[in-house]
Design a protein around this ligand. Sequence first.
Ligand SMILES: CC(=O)SCCNC(=O)CCNC(=O)[C@H](O)C(C)(C)COP(=O)(O)OP(=O)(O)OC[C@H]1O[C@@H](n2cnc3c(N)ncnc32)[C@H](O)[C@@H]1OP(=O)(O)O
Ligand SMILES: O=C([O-])CC(=O)C(=O)O
Length: 376
Amino acid sequence: MEVARGLEGVLFTESRMCFIDGEKGRLYYFGYPIQELAEKSSFEEVTFLLLHGRLPKKEELEAFARDLARRRALAEPLLASLRRYPREAHPMSVLRTAVSELGLYDPTEGDISREALYEKGLDLIAKFATIVAANKRLREGKEPLPPREDLSHAANFLYMANGAEPSPEQAKLMDAALILHAEHGFNASTFTAIAAFSTETDLYSAITAAVASLKGPRHGGANEAVMKMIQEIGEPERARAWVQEKLARKERIMGMGHRVYKAFDPRAGVLEKLARLVAEKHGHSKEYQILKIVEEEAGKVLNPRGIYPNVDFYSGVVYSDLGFGLEFFTPIFAVARISGWVGHILEYQALDNRLLRPDAKYVGELDLPYIPLEAR
Ligand SMILES: CC(=O)SCCNC(=O)CCNC(=O)[C@H](O)C(C)(C)COP(=O)(O)OP(=O)(O)OC[C@H]1O[C@@H](n2cnc3c(N)ncnc32)[C@H](O)[C@@H]1OP(=O)(O)O
Ligand SMILES: O=C([O-])CC(=O)C(=O)O
């Protein structure tokens, strides 16, 4: 059998959730084009779609959004832990630890019946935003704010994170970013979640593993690395030379390249427009300008090789505008992706939850004589 390095091109299951056309740069959630969802839908509606496989009717969406809103608050023991975690710990490590800890307070942690999974999944989707916002407040030396049930998921997240009710424009921006990041097939973190869940471990364990996987700079952590790149470049005038030197050293430009897309990631297309909007309106133009030059200069070498900006390239400009420091960029990704992780776990379980256990081609030796320690 051929070895498929990185499991590239391996089809390990069937799924209705996500279609990615890597050659043409197209993306659909349950058949709906991503651009249309980002423009017209809400995070709550997309989450319903990812969990139920269809768009909700008006009353269904209202009930679903109310249900999510009611689940936002964190119990005191977890809040006490968040206060105790080291202030300088990375917010992704805080999220990973907090999700794991949530399992400790669930007396039915091990119940993975479909009904229990759905309930626990909704709980996690609701609480991810509260954990991340609480951590942001604590890092700023402030007390976490209790969630508000009268705001949408995106608006409440911004309210809890920044201590002020966002404008409708800001809430829409966050909503669009969450929709764009909610799902993406069997990316590394979703695959990690499924690999863990296929052992019939509990949901908290599978999601903790997924958070750990998303943290890496080759995956969700790339959005933070892009902002560090912008900071290192410093001024738009330095960007071209910086890119040329980087590529001459055979180093990677973060936020570019993708295992599946060999064309422009359609999410990056939407985020580029949103980043341009905030750059023009609110003066983040330097960051945006640097990215445009990096995209163009790196593109001269990388585009012919099918390497283009991915979802992590422009998102940071938007998150900065919404009041977040770069260490919160990947946690924001997680606040969105939790919906995809839960949706995939439900879908995979409904199929048969077959244990994931690939194999490797053995290239070692056999039947070696065991030499006693004193004779080696
Ligand atoms: C949400 C997400 O997870 S989106 C991805 C986020 N990650 C990043 O932005 C990190 C930067 N990008 C990368 O490291 C890669 O593009 C990956 C890991 C995302 C996908 O890459 P893969 O499909 O595994 O390709 P692979 O790593 O084998 O690279 C193939 C070639 O393209 C080059 N390449 C890939 N990405 C880049 C990049 N961003 N900059 C420069 N060169 C690159 C590699 O150096 C390699 O060159 P070589 O053949 O001369 O050795
Ligand atoms: O699909 C991937 O490999 C990575 C990605 O873009 C995502 O998870 O959104």
